[in-house]
Ligand binder design. Structure first.
Ligand SMILES: [Zn+2]
Length: 116
């Protein structure tokens, strides 16, 4: 009966520490992608990921351009129209002076409604 305490105290096994060490030792498959601006993005995949599951291109997190695995031949950046704000579209349709007149009329109408 006296040996019971000794057995409990000498318990050997995988504790929380051992498990975390095991987690850190899992290898990752790192794939580098390069964008047209020369940024390198290293993306970590699970070590046992299927090669087919690794995307051929990756959006560069620095500039948003598509990045490919071939450093010497990165994907060509798509020539998108520059983003236009709603105001830009309005200005395209109307000249600056026209929109000023419209604004002035709108203010005048507003003042009429308010009884000024
Ligand atoms: Zn980039």
């Amino acid at each position: 009966m006296a040996s019971g305490a000794a057995i409990r105290g000498s318990r050997v096994g995988a504790g929380p520490l051992g498990e975390s060490e095991r987690g850190q030792s899992i290898q990752k498959k790192r794939v580098s992608y390069w964008c047209a601006d020369g940024h390198e993005s290293r993306v970590a995949f699970a070590f046992d990921v299927e090669v087919e599951a690794i995307p051929e291109s990756w959006d560069c997190p620095k500039c948003g351009l598509p990045a490919g695995q071939n450093k010497e031949n990165p994907p060509i950046a798509p020539k998108n129209e520059p983003y236009k704000t709603h105001l830009a579209y309005v200005k395209e349709r109307r000249s600056e002076s026209e929109s000023a007149i419209i604004l002035h009329k709108a203010l005048a109408t507003l003042k009429d409604e308010m009884g000024e």
